[in-house]
Design a protein around this ligand. Sequence first.
Ligand code: ATP
Ligand code: ZN
Length: 294
Amino acid sequence: MTPVLRIAVQKKGRLATGSLKLLEQAGLGISPNPGALTCRARGLPFELLFVRDDDIPSLVAKGVCDLGIAGENVLREEALENAQDGKLQTVRALGFSHCTLKLAAPKEGTIKTLADLQGCKIATSYPQILAKYLQDQGIKAQCVTLKGAVEIAPALGLSDAICDLVSSGATLAANGLADFATVMQSEALLVRNDTSWDEAREALLARLLRRIDGVIASRATKYIMLNAPKDALDEITALLPGADAPTIMPLAGRDDQMAVHAVCRETIFWDTLEQLEARGAHAILVLPIEKMMG
Ligand code: ATP
Ligand code: ZN
């Protein structure tokens, strides 16, 4: 019988959209009914379980799900807290839901550096990560655990500083806080449990990973097409960022021009297009790549 691998994903929140999009791009074929807690994929034998992100590490560690997509921050907090649960292995860093766990304090206050935290109260949703960080830094401070709205703790007199997730920094600024140290960087990870799987399950995971790698590789990759004067070909191809050997073809009826096509594995900025144009390139097209393999 074909095995079905079960993946735990966040039901709603900052990981949910990226997780579903990635799995959809990998061809799982998912159309969850609104409110449904599970969804069977049409494209490959996978089942999705929609849960709160905090539950994902233990669902995978306990074997309820085979795989999970969660933030590195949540995975590390859970690993420190429940060391007795089964271990999780990271199979891929997925490159979305980037954020940073930072220490911050009121802008107008006296806490400006790590050393100023000695003897202070720090509010956080990540008490384990914070405690370990403070220990490594040789700082004795008290953690106040809050599930949410951590940024408001100093204004309420609950703490002197906070340790919270930051992406743009706008929330910190809006609450009169300034960050002064980075505790950890985080992104979404695909994890599995470390129990041994039969060959069919391993093969199914390998198939998913090949597709995920293709999706991740295609994100920054573009296909560029342009026409270039023959005498500027070397200069123009040298400008193409992260390009494989370009395909160079004659243009019908134009002896002085060639068509250049290339796969660029790095971002193509407007600056680059301007430089290409300045060297005589024209009819420049930059196309997204949907899928890549091989
Ligand atoms: P749930 O209801 O599933 O428990 P939540 O409120 O705990 O959701 P979200 O705010 O949706 O969680 O964040 C989920 C994850 O998204 C975080 O643990 C983190 O890894 C990531 N993330 C990315 N950017 C941010 C951000 N600016 N603030 C908070 N989390 C972020
Ligand atoms: Zn959560």
